[in-house]
Design a protein around this ligand. Sequence first.
Ligand code: COI
Length: 362
Amino acid sequence: TTAPAEFAIVPSSRPRTTSERAAALDRLSFGVEFTDHMARATWTVDGGWHGHRVEGFAPLELSPAASVFHYGQEIFEGLKAYRHADGSAWAFRPEANARRFQASARRLAMPELPVEDFLASIRALVETDLEWVPATAGASLYLRPFMIATEPFLGVRPSHRYEYLVIASPVGPYFVNGFQPVSIWVAEDYHRAGPGGTGNAKFGGNYAASLLPQQTAYARGFDQVCFLDAGTGTNLEELGGMNVFVVGADGVVRTPALTGTILEGVTRSSILTLLADQGTPVEECDIPLKGLLAGIRDGSVSEVFACGTAAVITPIGRLAGESFDVTVADGAAGPVTERLFSQLTDIQFGHAPDPHGWMQPL
Ligand code: COI
């Protein structure tokens, strides 16, 4: 590995006052408040990555011809910085996000950012905006690295110029009710991603494709949409922005296998590790919707939950589609879901040992 790039710090000319920041940190939902700074770097064909810096959070100036506006070359990441009791700030498995960002870049024909530079950008931004890492229980600083194609060119080919940015948002829970069971609408007419497509890249277009079915789910009074695989239309894939797990009454925990169309969640992988640590049998396999519904009805499925960086671990209490509407067990969070939520968040907030070295000081 080479030494990470140096991110020059150019302080914001208009940082919020202490009381403005306190007010912003006082009413946290998800993704509406932003810190005073952002990290960035530029990539060009001739110059590679350069111009690494942290500067004031501000609108970008881009040509209306910038290729991101036309053909959607955009990838992103999501990770969090957590405040520990001694005041220090820690990131959860940031190298996993750095590697996934590289994989997404390869799929979208974009330049890879070195892992060390991704980590350095996170460190530089969090150091600059350290006061923005919330100290309230359950809150954290959500970091959103992303890359866009900025070359002003309308031909359909990979851009010759890109901008990498990291913005930061102090957040509370993704769902307004926090750790309360959510209801899921299963989309049967639309798919999120197909075989050979971009489903396992963290690519804006995947989320754009999820919005219409998600809107249908909201309109029917549900909290989230769940997609089935495009190949057969029978197996569970993932929700609009989170992975899904099913807990059997026999103690086996199942999650859809990574077939190339599913986002390889860092929280998903951490849950698999936590379960393996405690000797729980886990299976990454096909989860047919039909079998899941039968299992929920006959009691052989005891819990269903969603997971992601933003959603953490969220119980799913109800699952419905055009021809079914079932409540999982008694509709409340189950013991496996509750235990995993505490185990994971205890590690993240520094309340429990971190045997896998997942937490990185910032
Ligand atoms: C995350 O969980 O970090 C994501 O990127 C998902 C998004 C829907 C917020």
